[in-house]
Design a protein around this ligand. Structure first.
Ligand code: BGP
Length: 459
């Protein structure tokens, strides 16, 4: 076995991308509900999406059938706290029921507290600019922890601060659609200001979880980041790639921008300059694990000229336009654990391709299977070399609302017909079930080598 015992094989999702039921049972609007009309490709909206709010039992049954060991979901803040000071019991009950259903199915629930759906009422009170956001977030965290921590052990405060800060407040592609010119003082000031608030939210929430959780909690955060991989495996190239990965710029896409304060209590001078007394202590609380979302490395060195920092013409790309860079998980896990000495969970990895339901009623997605094999080989190498990798959450269980790209990008193991809500398991879902049963990749494309008795899951 190349993966350690207890390694968690699972899938990930996010509330806004799958739940639908955008105004049911007392849910309040998020900035996506209120502000995204007219900004999403093809005029799509997530008001119904996969309607997971009503289909969650069916979806958990699919997860069980696939043998999934863990499910990373997020809680919608405006579903739970729809207006200032209001706790929406029905919204909370949905998550209690979901977690109960998962537990009954033997699936470990991994809970993310914030995956980008900021309540409109928080936005109207200054949102990410306002000092008060960290107290509002801590109160929300208390409510969720009190409701779910008898069954949830794994907690992630945030998903990709990089993305919602960048897309929403710098590049104008996510709500609230703010833009600033790149590389300017204005941008640097904004990055520092919003990062401070986000880190304070994280710190206060981490503290709430540790103080209030019923089951002994494992506290983490789900990050993504720029990653450079070495041009060769010479020591000099490895050190060079690592130095570029953890560079010293004012750049929130660098992992060290966030993790140096959290793990080491050290911030970039630009961020340090705006922290008030005592704030670093709030932020600096070592974690139990670091969640890392990885889709690509920012360079790839297999081009015809053998040079790094450029992708070559014709490099395989996903339907999101991202280059396919198979060694990313290996180098990412290695660099992160060398710098921070912390267990790493891959909290997202996956691929959008053009999926159809074919004439035979199946969704054949060999490109997805190949992509997963390539990336998992990198992760397997990291595990075999002893880097502390504790789990892999494939993005995503269902096709879903891919933010500004609406429903065009399909990332799921399960195909969703958004008109009928019919779910169809793709070939990759059956393949992933085999990976899980084998605790890792297997030789050949279909059945694990040497396991004659292995029973395939019936379609
Ligand atoms: C991550 C988000 C997910 C999902 C995923 C899709 O950044 O956390 O919510 O949208 O990206 O991948 P991509 O970045 O390839 O669009």
């Amino acid at each position: 076995m190349s993966f350690p015992d207890g390694f968690l094989w699972g899938v990930a999702s996010a509330a806004y991308q799958i739940e639908g039921a955008y105004d049911e049972d007392g849910k309040g609007p998020s900035i996506w509900d209120a502000l995204s009309d007219g900004h999403v490709l093809h005029g799509d909206s997530a008001r119904i999406s996969c309607d997971h709010y009503h289909h969650f039992r069916e979806d958990v049954a699919i997860m069980k059938k696939l043998g999934l060991q863990a499910y990373r979901f997020s809680v919608s803040w405006p579903r739970v706290i729809p207006a200032e000071g209001v706790v929406n019991e029905k919204g909370l009950q949905f998550y209690r029921d979901l977690v109960e259903e998962l537990t009954q199915a033997g699936i470990e629930p991994l809970c993310t507290l914030y995956h980008w759906d900021l309540p409109m009422w928080v936005h109207e009170k200054g949102g990410w600019y306002a000092d008060r956001i960290s107290d509002d977030f801590a109160q929300y965290t208390e409510v969720v922890v009190d409701a779910l921590s008898d069954k949830v052990q794994y907690w992630m405060t945030f998903n990709e601060g990089t993305s919602f800060l960048g897309e929403g407040y710098l590049h104008g592609t996510h709500p609230p659609y703010e833009k600033v010119p790149a590389g300017t003082e204005e941008e640097f000031d904004k990055v520092a200001r919003l990062s401070r608030n986000l880190l304070l939210c994280h710190g206060k929430a981490a503290d709430v979880i540790r103080r209030r959780a019923k089951l002994p909690p494992k506290v983490g955060i789900a990050t993504d980041s720029t990653l450079y991989i070495p041009e060769s495996e010479s020591e000099a190239d490895i050190q060079d790639a690592k130095a570029r990965t953890f560079a010293g710029d004012v750049n929130h896409y660098l992992l060290n921008w966030w993790m140096d304060p959290i793990m080491n209590g050290e911030a970039h001078p630009r961020l340090q300059a705006i922290l008030r007394e005592g704030e670093m202590e709030t932020i600096h609380q070592p974690l139990d694990f670091l969640g890392w979302n990885c889709y690509l490395a920012n360079n790839y060195n297999d081009g015809p000229d053998g040079k790094m920092a450029k992708y070559w013409p014709g490099i395989p790309r996903t339907n999101s336009g991202f280059p396919v860079t198979p060694d990313a998980l290996y180098w990412g896990v290695r660099f992160i654990s060398e710098r921070y000495d912390i267990p790493v969970m891959i909290t997202e990895n996956g691929i959008a391709i053009i999926d159809f339901v074919m004439d035979d009623g199946c969704v054949h997605d060999p490109q997805r299977i190949q992509y997963l094999k390539w990336y998992l080989r990198g992760l397997e190498r990291a595990a075999e070399e002893g880097y502390p990798v504790i789990g892999y959450m494939l993005w995503s269980i269902l096709d879903n609302f891919e933010w500004a790209f609406g429903f065009e990008k399909r990332f799921g193991l399960v195909y969703v017909d958004y008109l009928t809500q019919k779910r169809t398991l793709k070939d990759s879902a059956y393949w992933y079930a085999d990976v899980i049963r084998n605790n890792g990749l297997f030789d050949g494309t279909e059945v694990p080598a040497g396991d004659e008795s292995h029973e395939r899951i019936e379609r």
